[in-house]
Design a protein around this ligand. Sequence first.
Ligand SMILES: NC(=O)c1ccc[n+]([C@@H]2O[C@H](COP(=O)([O-])OP(=O)(O)OC[C@H]3O[C@@H](n4cnc5c(N)ncnc54)[C@H](O)[C@@H]3O)[C@@H](O)[C@H]2O)c1
Length: 396
Amino acid sequence: MNERTLGLGLIGLGLAGGVMAAAARTHPGIRLAAAAEPDPELRQRFEQAEGAPAHADIDGVLARADVDAVYVATPHQLHRAHAVAAAEAGKHVIVEKPMALSVADCDAMIEAAAANGVVLIVGHTHGFDPAVTMIRDLVASGAYGPLGMIAMWNYTDFLYRPRRPEELDSARGGGILYNQIPHQIDIARTIADRPVRSVRATAAVLDPARPTEGACAALVEFAGQGTANLVYSGYDHFDSDELHGWIAEGGSPKKRAHGAARRRLDGLTPAEERRARTSDFGYGARSPLPPPHQPHFGELVVTCAGADLRCGPDGVIAYTDDGVEVLPVPGRPWWPGRGDVLQELVDAVVHGRAAFHDGEFGRETVRTCLAIAESARDRREVFLSAPEVARHVPVR
Ligand SMILES: NC(=O)c1ccc[n+]([C@@H]2O[C@H](COP(=O)([O-])OP(=O)(O)OC[C@H]3O[C@@H](n4cnc5c(N)ncnc54)[C@H](O)[C@@H]3O)[C@@H](O)[C@H]2O)c1
C-alpha cells in the first residue's frame, strides 16, 4: 500500500520557492498542491509548469483542503506572519531561514504551532546536507575521538546578486548576518550537538554602494567542548568553490566567473535590479534537475582527536593517521539537502518522529545570529545561555 503523501503549498515563488518546487516534485512523500505569489509572471510560470494553482496571496493556499503543509519562502520580515497564519489554519509549516528577525517573533511562531498542534520545521539550511549529517554521525559515533574544532570558509558573490532594497539594509535584516551566517551556524550546531556558550565576531561593510555586512568572521564556542570558526565573504572576488572542484553550492558543476555578478549589476536602476532578481532567480529560472554532486556551503573541516573530516564534492574525506579515505555519502531517493527537509516533515507528520530542526532549534540559530551581530557591533564576547538546545539529541 502506498504511504500517505502530503500536499505542499509554496508561499513565495522566488529563488527559494523555485528550488524547493523542484525538490518537492522529486520527493516520493510530497505532492505539490498550490502556491501563493503576488507576482503574476511567477504565478503563470508555476501554473504552466506544475499544473497546480497559484494564488495571489497566502489566504488562497490556506483555504485549500488539499494543502497539508506550507513552505514559507517569503522575505525574512514576513516569516512570522505567514508561519502563524498557516499554523492557525491548521497547516504544518516549514519556514525558511532565518526563522525570523527577533527571538520574540520565533517564540510567537513556536507558540502558534504548539497551540494548533502542527509541526514547525526551520529549513532549508545546509545543516540538512547529507555530508553534514554524515559528519555529525561520525563524530557522535566516537570513531575519531572527541571533537576539537570546526572550520568553515565560504567566499561567494552574495552581495552582488540582484537584491530587494531591504536585503541591503541591516536594520531590516539585510546582509549576510541573517541570510548566510545561519547556514554556517546550523552546520556547526548540527555537528557539535551542544548549546552555544559564547560568540566573538567581527563583521565588515566593504562597499558603500551595498551598505550592509558582506563579510564576517566569528568564533563560536560550544558548551563543554568544541569551537566553530566561521568565515564568510560575499564580495564576488575570491570564490571558494575553486577549492571544491568548481562544484556550486547546490551540487552542480559551475564555471569560474569572478566579478561576473558585479558586472551584471552595472548601471541597473533599483527597479531593474528587482526585475533581474525575478528573471535570474525566480521560479523556473534554475535547473529543475537534481544536482549530480553533493550540496555544500563552502569549505568545511571538522577536527577530531583522530582525524580531520572534510566535506568533498561526493563524500566525506577522512584524513587519519593511516592515510586519506573518501567515505561516500549514502544516496537519497530525493533531492539531497532540500529533500531531507521534506523528509523531516514527512517523518514528523506521517511517522510522528520529533523534528530535529524544530522551532526551538531555529530560534537558537536566530539567537546566535543576533549575538554575532551584537559582538561585532560592541567588539566583545557575547555569552548565550541556551539550556533548551541541550535536549536536541541527533537521530542516529
Ligand atoms: N535555504 C536556502 O538555501 C535559501 C535560498 C534562498 C532564499 N532563502 C530564504 O528564503 C526567503 C526568500 O528569499 P528569496 O531569495 O527566495 O527571495 P525572493 O525575493 O527571490 O523571493 C521571495 C518571493 O516572495 C514573494 N512574496 C512577497 N510577499 C509575499 C506574500 N505576501 N505572499 C506570498 N509571496 C510573497 C515575492 O514576490 C518573491 O517572489 C528568505 O528568507 C531567504 O533567507 C533560503
